[in-house]
Write a protein that binds this ligand. Structure first.
Ligand code: HEC
Ligand code: HEC
Length: 208
């Protein structure tokens, strides 16, 4: 059994003891964050929040197994890159459109070329800090040979990205609109793909 998260988690203690106890107000005294990143890089936090939202992250998992729901549950029926390679293609169940569009309630969601990123460049979004996600994204060796402009084109037009905002069923949407997301990626591309933690003096990385 792989699923262990939920409201019944016995390790979660609710904040009943905090009131009036010494130190209850301490968290308000947090120092302001250190100024270490380039300004345009701050925009990457917005981009990362989309990439790591369930509709995107479920197909960009850390393991070779896609995820389901908003709780990152491993795909039912032992579906993985391996099941795909051994003949049970994603497209056997996932059509070019959501099941609801052909009248099947609760069936598989769908969009053209449904599948996981290739094993050679798995494009993992799950588990990264915004900084490491940013560095991976701009790295042509890890993003499928894409330039920054190619990435912008991908997020603006790829059918799987567009599906994220029309996912069918009662699936939640990414935190901002598709237009706002494309605008944020456009800003990031114009800033040369700046990442949180980049040293202020260094030029943007070369792109092929
Ligand atoms: C045997 C049928 C079947 C196969 C094969 C299959 N899936 Fe699914 N998949 C489903 C069904 C049914 C659902 C809907 C379940 C649900 O509502 O969460 C689903 C849901 C998903 C979701 C969740 C979408 C979301 O965000 O809610 C992802 C991602 C996914 N599949 C990816 C894949 C990938 C990638 C492959 C191939 C490696 C694949 N599936 C192969 C039946 C299948
Ligand atoms: C059904 C699975 C699936 C879903 C859902 C999905 N992707 Fe992808 N994504 C892929 C595949 C496969 C590739 C690689 C193939 C390609 O480049 O077209 C990819 C590539 C990418 C890339 C380019 C390369 C890189 O390094 O990441 C970006 C950016 C991306 N996806 C963003 C998103 C965003 C944003 C969403 C959600 C709105 C999303 N994806 C949802 C399967 C998916």
């Amino acid at each position: 059994m792989l699923v262990g998260v939920g409201c019944g988690d016995p390790d979660v203690t609710w904040g009943v003891a905090a009131e009036g106890s010494p130190g209850a107000g301490e968290q308000a005294e947090v120092a302001p964050p250190a100024e270490r990143s380039l300004d345009p890089a701050d925009g990457f936090a917005t981009i990362a929040a989309v990439l790591q939202s369930p509709r995107c992250m479920n197909c960009h998992p850390a393991d070779p197994q896609p995820l389901q729901t908003d709780r990152a549950v491993p795909h039912a029926m032992n579906i993985s890159r391996l099941s795909d390679e051994s003949g049970l293609e994603c497209g056997a169940c996932h059509q070019d459109q959501n099941a609801e569009q052909v009248g099947v309630r609760g069936g598989p969601p769908g969009a053209p070329h449904w599948g996981l990123p290739p094993a050679s460049t798995p494009m993992v979004f799950q588990g990264h800090s915004p900084e490491s996600l940013c560095r991976q994204l701009r790295d042509a060796g890890r993003n499928g040979g894409k330039s920054l402009e190619d990435l912008l084109d991908h997020v603006a037009h790829d059918p799987l990205v567009l599906w994220g905002w029309a996912p069918g069923g009662d699936r939640s949407l990414p935190p901002i609109s598709h237009a706002a997301f494309v605008a944020a990626v456009g800003e990031w591309v114009r800033a040369g793909g700046a990442c949180p933690g980049d040293v202020r003096a260094s030029p943007p990385p070369d792109q092929p």
